[in-house]
Design a protein around this ligand. Structure first.
Ligand SMILES: C[S@@+](CC[C@H](N)C(=O)[O-])C[C@H]1O[C@@H](n2cnc3c(N)ncnc32)[C@H](O)[C@@H]1O
Length: 233
């Protein structure tokens, strides 16, 4: 992990109480239980067991088609919006070297804790070696990055706007929406186009307009989302 990685379970519990929202966090052997009692929402965060780890092993995801390509030398990904780390975990499980950025201190501490457990797991430690976590605002990080130097692919998965029908996303995403939001995403996209060695990938709701002025070079679709790919070289 990078030097400015966040800390351990104790730090995490302190951050939860400092966040000033009604949240319960319990660190257990199986993972980190996160609950919003007021909203009756909860889930267990783990990179080792459970839905996130299972999803990471699936090889047919559009995310993998968009962000990995051995023939085109896509070997490293900068995930500007790590969130719960599900997409980063999937990419690392399929061989990508992934740098995760997350702006929110509590989320970052949860990611760090789950990453430590993954590193101790017999099956997971190779994947953990491919994951680096940094707490940062993505725009600041990108501004300091040399163009074309470090990352083959830059990936953005901003928080989606509320659905017009009132349909709610899954509980993990509802909790994320309570904890954090988007910051400087438009400028992150523009900077990414200047800095990515080979491509920029943006996750969008299936029918939402594309980001920025230019049309994506490739689009990969799933049931409710799509991945817009912009080739930078
Ligand atoms: C929709 S979530 C990403 C979900 C993630 N792809 C996953 O697999 O769990 C968006 C995340 O981006 C983070 N974020 C938004 N703007 C950011 C910025 N400028 N710098 C760093 N993180 C940012 C938010 O705090 C939030 O956690």
């Amino acid at each position: 992990m990078s030097d400015n990685r966040p800390g351990t379970a104790e730090v995490l519990l302190g951050l939860a109480s400092a966040a000033g929202i009604d949240i319960d966090i319990n660190v257990e052997d199986e993972g980190i239980n996160i609950e919003l009692p007021g909203a009756d929402l909860g889930f267990r965060h783990s990179f080792v067991n459970g839905p996130m780890a299972r999803r990471a092993r699936q090889s047919t995801q559009a995310l993998l088609r968009a962000c990995t390509n051995r023939q085109r030398n896509i070997r490293s990904v900068l995930d500007l919006t790590a969130g719960w780390g599900a997409d980063s975990l999937t990419l690392a499980a399929h061989g990508q070297q992934v740098t995760m950025l997350e702006q929110n201190s509590l989320l970052c501490a949860i990611l760090a804790c789950s990453l430590e457990r993954l590193a101790l797991d017999e099956r997971g430690h190779e994947i953990a070696r491919r994951l680096t976590l940094t707490k940062a605002n993505a725009r600041d990080f990108l501004q300091d990055l040399d163009a074309g130097q470090d990352f083959d692919c830059i990936y953005l998965d901003p928080m989606f706007p509320a659905h017009k029908s009132g349909a709610k996303p899954g509980r993990e995403m509802q909790i994320l929406q309570t904890l954090t939001g988007n910051t400087d995403i438009e400028s992150c996209f523009e900077l990414s186009l200047q800095k990515a060695r080979r491509r920029v990938v943006v996750k969008r709701p299936l029918k939402a307009p594309a980001f920025g002025e230019s049309r994506p070079d490739m689009v990969y679709r799933e049931k409710s989302i799509r991945l817009d790919v912009y080739l930078t070289r």
